[in-house]
Design a protein around this ligand. Structure first.
Ligand SMILES: [Zn+2]
Ligand SMILES: [Zn+2]
Length: 682
């Protein structure tokens, strides 16, 4: 008996009626038989469903079949490889650390992880040992066999009963409580939907058994050698819930070829060198202390960078018609109850008591801003009212997720609230969208991705109001000819929003800006304006942030530029290096000139360059190297020749530009800073 399947080019293939994906590959040719790692199968009865299956999966008459291999750039193939690597890693770990409980091991972008409960804590140093054991498992070429088990047997396999062998030949009594919990959940979910008990798919490779849907590589040697690498350890709660056990997450990656892995690891190393935590330490910008985990401390140079960012931000906001406000960090709890933050956000808030009254530390600036709005009568003539605030907000983040300036427990939101009439909404949104692009470009980010999120299921306000607001946001993006991704149902409960994602030099995207239309807050805090008709009306409220968080944006900037910041942002813009002691006096004169630069000419503001001197008794070569490590854009060497001619020997970002007259150099530097020029990126 035979059956026919259809190949991707539409041609039919005749196979024995017990054929598998592997059989189909073999019938096409021996090279494909060797390369096959999985199949993509569409059954004739369900043409809309294509499944990825093991090469051992049976084929049926009328199936459409594509053979999946690791050659070429098939994302499914590399995903199967990474997924299999996570099982091989778990097997290696159980061999090396008997008694380890394994939880879940999914693939992620560029790799995989697996969460474990180790009998004893392990360290990064153990990763090499685990990799070695993985290589051994690869060379043992263990087949990955799939079993469909009744629930009872699956529970016996992973349960804590006496060790032995079950009816399918699999071991029982493995003592894996996380797997037992997952099986119980599968049963509950299946019962809820279909009212029937499912079979449980389990895979075995050698002595190791895991619960999994599959598919996997057919055998461990297909993982290849030199193609996988374990990268790091982290803590993770079982099912992401802090009430559960803290597990150890082991991260790794795998690629189809050694070359691809090497290229990826190189990129990873580049990212490590550009890690803002490292740059922050090396350049003496900021630090973190045990005394306040997640609360950054900014050093003098860090504040120079901060102020350069904020000075620019302020200038642009004045130009764009914003007023700046400042609201308190601690306010009565009652306000947060009224604003809805208490109900929706209290788990992330900090509380305190003042005069026996309950207070809260602000996690957002909006309620405070609204009190300023309410502090006087507003007329339609006052609108639109644009009030910006660099508001320091505190949010309780889990200690496990804290990450340099990217994930902190306080940050400074570059917030603004715009109050306008419904008729003004479109122009206001347009203004913010343009403003956003303008600001990102100034910091060196011209690749901006935009998402429009619409009404979620749980939301407030009438359909009509939502439709109008969503229509306004879409109309602005369309008329500005801005492409965007639509996220239906992803808006805030109080209104639709536009999110802005910037792409950095390493190709990563960061959500920074947001524009949110809010129908709820004006209602909740009862704000109004007097219309031309002398009646009271509700204004529309827009929440918007551009950079998002000054702290986080600083981290993004540091990584984007690898610490080689544009001169206008650089905490140290020029460093004077006298060659010998006899040049000390002239070097001081150069320093004074730099620090006073532009002061006589207000048109050349901002003035006062950040210049320093390095007159240590180290060799000039050593001091130049040190300055380069400090990422100082301009190194100014002064010796006999420069001193005699009133010049400086200029090294710009590692490139020797030769001597320049001091006056001409300072003018050029002031222009570069004032115009906020951007350097080329490497
Ligand atoms: Zn699996
Ligand atoms: Zn707000």
């Amino acid at each position: 008996m035979t059956l026919y399947v259809t190949l991707p080019d539409g041609s039919p293939l005749e196979l024995d009626d017990d054929a598998t994906v592997a059989g189909a590959a073999a019938a096409i040719g021996p090279r494909l038989a060797k390369a096959a790692i999985a199949g993509r199968v569409t059954a004739a009865a369900t043409p809309d469903v294509t499944l990825l299956v093991d090469v051992s999966a049976a084929l049926h008459d009328g199936d459409a079949v594509a053979i999946v291999t690791l050659k070429g750039d098939d994302p499914d193939a590399v995903d199967i490889q990474r997924h299999t690597a996570s099982h091989v890693m778990a097997q290696a770990i159980v061999r090396l650390f008997p008694g380890t409980r394994y939880a879940i091991g999914p693939t992620i972008e560029n790799g995989f992880y697996y969460d474990f409960q180790f009998p004893e804590p392990i360290a990064e140093a153990d990763l090499a040992r685990i990799e070695k054991e993985m290589a051994k498992i690869v060379s043992q070429n263990l087949p990955l066999e799939r079993f469909e088990l009744p629930v009872d047997e699956a529970l016996a396999v992973f349960g804590a009963g006496a060790p032995g062998t079950g009816p399918s030949g699999l071991p029982v009594g493995l003592g894996q409580p996380f797997k037992v919990e997952l099986i119980e959940d599968l049963v509950t979910a299946a019962e809820a939907v279909e009212g029937e008990v499912p079979t449980i798919s389990v895979y075995r490779q050698g002595e190791f058994v895991d619960l999994c849907r599959g598919p996997h590589l057919p055998s461990t040697n297909k993982l290849g050698s030199g193609t996988f690498k374990l990268t790091s350890l982290a803590g993770a709660y079982w099912r992401g819930d802090e009430k559960n056990a803290m597990l150890t997450r082991v991260y790794g990656t795998a690629f189809a070829s050694k070359e691809e892995l090497a290229a990826y690891l190189e990129a990873l190393e580049l990212a490590r060198q550009r890690d803002h935590r490292r740059i922050g330490r090396d350049l003496d910008l900021f630090s973190f202390h045990e005394e306040g985990p997640g609360f950054p401390f900014f050093h003098p140079k860090g504040m120079r960078l901060w102020n350069a960012m904020v000075d620019y931000w302020r200038e642009e906001h004045v130009r764009a018609g914003y007023e700046e406000i400042s609201t308190p960090v601690i306010l009565r709890r009652e306000l947060w109850e009224r604003s809805g933050h208490w109900e929706n956000y209290k788990d992330n808030m900090y509380f305190t008591t003042i005069d026996e009254q309950p207070y809260a530390v602000k996690p957002m600036n909006c309620p405070g801003g609204l009190l300023i709005y309410k502090s006087r009568r507003r007329s339609y003539r006052d609108l639109p009212l644009r009030m910006a605030e660099l508001g320091r907000v505190h949010r309780h983040e889990m200690s496990g997720v804290l990450h340099g300036l990217f994930r902190v427990r306080y940050f400074t939101q570059d917030d603004a609230h715009i109050y306008c009439t419904p008729e003004q909404l479109e122009e206001e949104v347009r203004g913010v969208v343009r403003f956003m692009h303008h600001i990102y470009a100034a910091f060196g980010f011209s690749d901006v991705r935009i998402e429009l999120s619409t009404r979620p299921e749980k939301s407030i306000g009438s359909d009509e109001v939502w439709e109008r607001a969503e229509g306004v946001l879409a109309a602005v993006l369309d008329s500005e000819r801005i492409e965007y991704v639509l996220n239906p149902g992803d808006g805030a409960f109080y209104g639709p929003k536009i999110d802005f994602h910037i792409r950095d030099v390493m190709g990563r995207t960061w959500q920074c800006g947001t524009i949110q239309v809010d129908f709820a807050m004006p209602e909740r805090l009862d704000i109004t304006y007097t219309g031309a008709d002398n009646e009271e009306h509700r204004p529309v409220m827009i929440h918007r942030a551009l950079l998002g968080s000054i702290e986080r944006f600083m981290g993004i900037l540091l990584e984007h530029y690898g610490g080689n910041l544009p001169t206008w942002l650089a905490p140290e813009q020029a460093l004077v290096l006298p060659i010998a002691d006899r040049h000390g006096e002239y070097a001081q004169e150069v320093l004074r000139t730099l620090r006073a630069a532009g002061a006589a000419d207000p048109a050349k503001a901002p003035v006062g360059l950040h210049a320093d001197i390095d007159d240590r008794s180290e060799s000039i070569g050593k001091r130049i190297r040190d300055a380069q490590l400090q990422k100082v854009p301009y190194i100014l060497v002064v010796g006999d020749r420069e001193q005699e001619s009133g010049a400086v020997g200029v090294r710009e970002r590692g490139e020797d530009k030769g001597p320049r007259p001091l006056g001409a150099f300072v003018d050029q530097l002031v222009d570069e800073v004032r115009e906020r020029r951007l350097p080329p990126l490497d």
